[in-house]
Design a protein around this ligand. Structure first.
Ligand SMILES: [Zn+2]
Length: 163
């Protein structure tokens, strides 16, 4: 199978999260909720703000399954919709979150450099907040990525119409 080292897969994301972010994402008060998946293969999650819990403030995370178009047209008759979803979520991903931390801590820049930033690219190097370019995503995206494999059946419901 074709493998592009410049794009980040699920495994890369899970191993590149910095430890500070990992310990914070584990303490998120109400965790992360699956919202939906659109026709372009972008999965939406929302996560309650940890800085202002209980205030109804949520941040939106989006994870785009870049390999989904390819996975949907694979001709193998033995591939079930669940198999296709599993292939797509372990393939290349592009992600974003609308929280301030993503830009402030330099993750938007790092993701842009990795060609894995969904939406607008960030060109400004995080000179002050993260000059060593540590980590890759905010705690909300880390939490969404941890949650993703638990929603394979939700995703099957969405892709059934696309095959
Ligand atoms: Zn975030």
């Amino acid at each position: 199978m074709y493998f592009d080292i410049y794009e980040f897969t699920y495994k890369n994301f899970r191993s590149a999260v910095n430890n500070k972010v990992r310990s914070r994402s584990k303490t998120l008060p109400s965790g992360t909720t699956f919202v939906d998946m659109n026709k372009s293969g972008t999965i939406n999650f929302k996560t309650e703000s940890q800085t202002f819990p209980g205030t109804g403030l949520f941040w939106d995370q989006s994870i785009k399954l870049l390999d989904l178009p390819l996975v949907l047209v694979l001709k193998d008759p033995n591939l079930t919709p669940l198999d296709r979803v599993k292939l797509a979520i372990t393939g290349d991903l592009a992600v974003t979150c609308n929280c301030p931390s993503l830009r402030y801590h330099g993750y938007a820049y790092i993701l842009s450099q990795l060609d894995s930033k969904l939406g607008r690219k960030e060109k400004r190097f995080p000179v002050v907040r993260n000059p060593e370019l540590s980590g890759v995503v905010c705690k909300h995206l880390d939490s969404a990525l941890v949650t993703l494999p638990f929603h394979v059946n939700d995703l099957v419901a969405y892709i059934k119409d696309m095959i």
